[in-house]
Design a protein around this ligand. Structure first.
Ligand code: AMP
Length: 432
């Protein structure tokens, strides 16, 4: 998923999408293992929604005037006439599943996590893909600001276990339906008198999604955003105290953060807390590793009861890019304990069964049944750093024996075939 040199072949992966090659699986294994472990430790249960969802689910939750819905969705109409979309984010799917499968009857908060691909038709560039992968966490059912802080804590625990330090949270509070309308009005009036100074995109967005103007990256808009009224001055008491509490919890946890009054996250459903986590040193300019926030109105707007919730998603491709960039070392898989060498027709035939016996006995075993010479197979055993080679030729099969070769010392010994598991285990124990 990072920069891969690609050949011009008859068919190629679609633009912005790529294969995760065998050499990179070590990173993906590690990330998935750490996500699963920490999710369990923090009390999250896994939920895997389908990749396709009804298009309206995203239009009505992510928001009709957001970049995702306006420009980036991969939508299709099925032969039966259904309008479906490849998920561009997890949250709407998770809330749909929470309501559809009656997870609301579980004790609250209901904590759910997912790992999988998302699809956004963006302009591909380093760290921005059309198919990327996220680990997504949602805590549904309670308003307590401690839950917002705990999700950020979870991200920092994850990144620490993945060997990533020097990250920083950007955080803001974008108000609620009680205080945001007044702020929105002030913002529109501020920008209206300066409309000519805005980029064409923001001129268009001014009516539909004015908060979005604050985090536009165009130079002229950045300058204006610095002078724009700040939401913090318009928050109602409840949002103010929520924000204060979240920050106090972050202080308590010693989680690094900066207040970013221009962080709005652009999706319709967010209320109160919004946050993103970035590399501190600017290595990943424009490359947030994770983002999320509180969305106290979404469950109700999708047909459920009035239910608060908070969540975040981390971008696994970007996490892995950063692990590589910072040379994070991952302990490679343990070397195979046993390499099974087979010689001749009889040896090959018997080795198939013996491989299964060794594997079932818990000995990590490798073989190469398509290589026929002793030299080629021993060279492979050596390359894989196998601890023992077991050599099964015509003679050994007839004698019901097998040769055990210690790959460290080079010594070898003939032993009865039916004792091979016991013998290898004994030798392994001794050599520890
Ligand atoms: P968002 O909710 O859009 O902020 O997404 C959460 C996280 O997912 C981001 O901080 C990124 O790390 C990752 N992400 C989102 N879109 C992409 C993309 N197109 N390519 C790679 N990573 C992405």
């Amino acid at each position: 998923m990072t920069s891969q040199s690609r050949k011009k072949t008859k068919f190629q992966a679609p633009r912005g999408m790529s294969d995760i090659l065998p050499k990179d699986q070590i990173y993906w294994d590690k990330v998935e293992r750490v996500v699963n472990k920490l999710a369990r430790e923090y009390g999250f249960k896994r939920l895997d929604p389908p990749i396709l969802e009804p298009t309206d689910l995203f239009t009505e939750s992510t928001g009709a005037f957001t970049d995702i819905v306006e420009k980036e969705m991969y939508s299709l109409r099925t032969k039966g006439g259904d309008k479906l979309t490849l998920r561009p984010e997890f949250t709407p799917s998770i809330i749909r599943a929470y309501l559809e499968s009656d997870l609301s009857s579980l004790p609250h908060p209901v904590k759910l996590y997912s790992i999988g691909p998302i699809f956004r038709h963006e302009n591909p560039q380093k760290g921005r893909y059309r198919q990327s992968y996220q680990a997504n966490f949602e805590t549904i059912g309670e308003q307590d600001p401690v839950l917002d802080a705990q999700l950020i804590q979870l991200f920092f625990s994850l990144s620490r276990e993945l060997g990533l330090k020097n990250l920083i949270t950007q955080i803001n509070n974008i108000g609620c339906p009680c205080c945001r309308p007044a702020y929105r009005k002030m913002l529109v009036s501020f920008y209206r008198s300066r409309k000519k100074g805005l980029c064409s995109n923001c001129q268009r967005r001014l009516q539909q999604n004015p908060l979005r103007l604050l985090d536009c990256k165009e130079k002229e808009c950045v300058q204006l955003a610095e002078q724009a009224p700040q939401i913090i001055d318009y928050l109602c008491d409840e949002c103010n105290s929520h924000f204060k509490n979240v920050l106090e919890y972050l202080d308590e946890l010693e989680i690094p953060y900066i207040l970013n009054p221009c962080l709005v996250r652009g999706l319709d459903y967010y209320t109160k807390t919004v946050f993103e986590i970035w590399p501190e040193d600017g290595e990943g300019r424009q490359i947030a590793l994770a983002g999320g926030g509180r969305y106290d109105g979404l469950v109700k707007s999708l047909g459920g009861k009035d239910t608060s919730a908070v969540g975040f998603a981390m971008g696994l491709n970007r996490i892995i890019n950063l692990m590589k960039q910072r040379n994070v070392k991952i302990a490679s898989r343990t070397r195979p304990l046993v390499f099974l060498v087979q010689l001749g027709d009889l040896g090959k035939k018997k080795s198939l069964r013996l491989f299964e016996d060794l594997r079932r006995a818990g000995l990590e075993t490798t073989s190469s049944v398509s290589k026929n010479t002793m030299g080629a197979q021993l060279a492979m055993a050596d390359k894989l750093k196998a601890r023992f080679a077991l050599i099964l030729g015509q003679k050994e099969v007839l004698d019901e024996t097998i040769i055990v070769k210690d790959m460290n010392s080079g010594t070898q010994e003939v032993i009865p075939l039916n004792k091979v598991v016991k013998e290898v285990k004994k030798r392994l124990k001794k050599s520890k």
